[in-house]
Design a protein around this ligand. Structure first.
Ligand SMILES: C=C(O[C@H]1C=CC=C(C(=O)O)[C@@H]1O)C(=O)O
Length: 373
């Protein structure tokens, strides 16, 4: 089947996952799993896939897996094709109201407090996010936004997933939490950011200064250390490049490290590994529990499925789970966008505000919006 047909057939409520290798469209559900224990969820999904002979299970994990349930379904129909590309854009109407949560000045204050608290509590990193609420006069055209994210090649993993109460999570993330194929495991953690620029000289300078930034290398190092510590017990061998690479999306430069390993035990599934790794310091912080507490103290909203994971798993336990960032939650006529950034003791609060504004651009571009953030 043509991958473009899958994108055209996507209807809110379906599961869509487009990567460099494949496009997955899952429609309906014959089995549905909801659990606040991600490991129990993973075991239940694995058992049903093994019994039923179904092709795959697809779904989302929330940021806080103990507070919000993960949702995985075995679709009634699963269609898989090669990578999807489109040339045209779909129109998306303008919102009638835009509200920043919190106000930008409050986010700057929260980052300043985070910097002080990291020092006071002996922590290395916390990731603080903010949201943008958009209101429309008609139902948000989720399908058009998804189409435009594909058109923009906005991230390596373009997704739309159904959430409880008829809501949808839509986005395009560059970050792979974990893929498992046979005994091969790949993680592609991202941390350290700079905005892209329309001016080629400034754009190159932004990338080069990120590659040299001590603060961003520290922020990245905390992530890699924690990820490798969690992954190592599952692996008989692990390859961790000494230095991160400079990578880009159309809107952001990032530092990213491609970690590859061989599984010691092939019975450990992709979803189990995703549950073990999540939440990494790319979206939470270090130490994890202290960072989760600080996020709860400083962010004035529930993250829901932002900064969770989205992906699929098959009966063999293979699968791919991407980090659900650069995304928005859609509910009828409203849409909430999220963007966060890693805070370390050397972070500058105003620069962190600007970084979140740049990260919002993935979704805003797909909506054809040029907002003053
Ligand atoms: C938490 C987000 O980005 C993460 C991924 C890449 C770079 C990040 C950073 O530099 O802070 C974040 O860790 C987000 O986009 O909301």
């Amino acid at each position: 089947m043509d991958a473009r047909e899958l994108l055209e057939q996507y209807t809110p409520g379906d599961f869509f996952f487009g990567t460099a290798d494949r496009t997955i469209l899952g429609t309906g559900s014959v089995h549905s799993f909801t659990d606040t224990d991600a490991f129990a969820l993973s075991d239940a999904v694995q058992a049903v896939l093994a019994e039923s002979g179904a092709a795959l299970a697809v779904g989302v994990l929330p940021f806080d897996t103990a507070a919000t349930a993960g949702h995985v379904v075995v679709p009634r129909i699963t269609r898989i094709a090669g990578p999807v590309r489109v040339a045209d854009r779909k129109p998306v109407g303008a919102p009638v109201a835009v509200r920043a949560v919190p106000e930008p000045v409050r986010h700057v204050e929260a980052v300043a407090r985070a910097v002080a608290e990291l020092q006071a509590r002996g922590m290395r990193k916390v990731v603080l996010a903010r949201a943008l609420d958009l209101e429309f006069t008609e139902d948000v055209p989720a399908k058009a936004i998804l189409h435009n994210l594909v058109k923009d090649k906005a991230g390596g993993y373009t997704f739309a997933a159904s959430l409880p109460q008829g809501r949808q999570l839509i986005g395009a993330t560059p970050e792979l939490l974990l893929s498992r194929r046979g005994d091969q495991v790949i993680c592609h953690p991202h941390a350290g950011s700079a905005a892209r620029s329309a001016d080629p000289v400034t754009d190159r300078e932004n990338g080069e200064s990120l590659a040299r930034s001590r603060k961003d290398h520290i922020e990245h190092g905390v992530l890699i250390e924690a990820l490798v510590e969690t992954l190592r017990p599952f692996c008989s061998s692990l390859d961790v490049p000494r230095e991160p690479a400079l990578v880009s999306t159309p809107t952001m430069w990032h530092l990213a490290t491609r970690v590859t390993g061989r599984l010691a035990d092939r019975d450990v599934t992709a979803l189990h590994l995703a549950a073990a790794l999540h939440p990494t310091p790319a979206i939470c912080g270090s130490p994890t529990e202290a960072a989760r507490t600080l996020v709860g103290e400083l962010e004035p909203f529930d993250r829901g499925y932002y900064a969770g994971a989205v992906g699929w798993m098959d009966a063999a336990g293979d699968g791919e789970w991407a980090v659900s960032i650069r995304c928005a939650e859609v509910s009828e006529r409203s849409l909430r966008l999220y963007a966060g950034g890693g805070i370390v003791p050397a972070s500058d609060p105003k620069a962190e505000l600007d970084e979140t504004s740049a990260k919002f651009q993935t979704l805003l571009r797909a909506m054809g919006l040029d907002l003053d953030l």
